[in-house]
Design a protein around this ligand. Sequence first.
Ligand code: NAD
Length: 342
Amino acid sequence: MAAVTLIPGDGVGPEVIGAAVTVLEAAGVKIAWDRQEAGAAAVRKHGSPVPDSLIRSLKRTRIALKGPLETRVGEGYRSINVYLRKTFNLYASLRPTHSFEGVHTPFRNVDLVVVRENTEDLYAGIEHQVAPGIVESVKVITARASTRIARFAFEYARRNRRKLVTAIHKANIMKLSDGLFLKCARRVAKEYADVRYEEQIVDAACMRLVTNPAAFDVLLLENLYGDIVSDLCAGLVGGLGVVPGANYGERGAIFEAVHGTAADIAGKNVANPVAAILSASMLADYLGSHRAAERIRAAVGTVLREGRTLTPDLGGKASTTGMTAAVIQAMATTLEHPAATA
Ligand code: NAD
């Protein structure tokens, strides 16, 4: 039985992670959970947002299912998400984003995969005050990390029969840093003659994403652009409640939805559990339980398509627990649905 660290997280985290665990169990994925606190929940209990017991657990399991963690705006401790991704070298964030039948948005047939570099860029957290009223934030881009993430994107594209990788950048302004990122992506692209390679400046790419998302397939981005564009892409397919994610390294992975703590709806049993449940299906794949992962995705597809049990963000009146129960019920009655591949 696989050992996995379970981090319920802050805000809606415990609700949606609870849903994901129930669905994994119902799908028959056998996991020995090691439950750990992090973020604001850990500060309250242990006086630190990253308790030693959490790090010990992650060093042992190398795999986690994680809820969102609160990071205060403009004050407080630095992001624990960034800390964990850097500490465990989880350099590649993967966010499959596709339309679901039954989820109404202005777009149909969106099918994108965001590949975001996870360890450097402005998230290096190097900030200082030069003089009162003048601060600097350092953007770190290395050839090593840029080459590694580009290779991840192309390998993913090849393995999943994707046709196009688009590197998204601002190298017209940041000629050195984004210029280096592009140089590395171009060099890697030459090794993959079977996958087309394009480049887009980030502002134009955003406009094109919201007018013609079909022009994209796999998106390759640095850390900050990847963070922003992930949420934009979520907006194309029904919002943050439906987009899963995973952070992969050579020796481990953390699975988590794209969304944050959603403090405005926390504790009300109305958060959409789909993003966390689909992240759990990516965990099932990672553990080799592909059939269970497919069953989970098919059941989510059925619930969304039928539209009877939806949370308020999708226009319904169902609770988190109600929608989770509907997914489990659908798992018992449906096998696989072709549209439901996350
Ligand atoms: P957010 O994703 O928490 O919320 C943005 C909006 O989307 C809110 O209106 C929220 O109600 C809605 N939303 C999010 N998830 C939902 C769900 N499952 N179901 C229904 N609606 C949902 O973003 P934010 O408000 O910018 O950030 C809040 C906190 O979360 C911040 O402290 C931020 O640092 C943190 N955060 C953490 C992570 C992470 O741990 N990976 C990711 C993003 C943000």
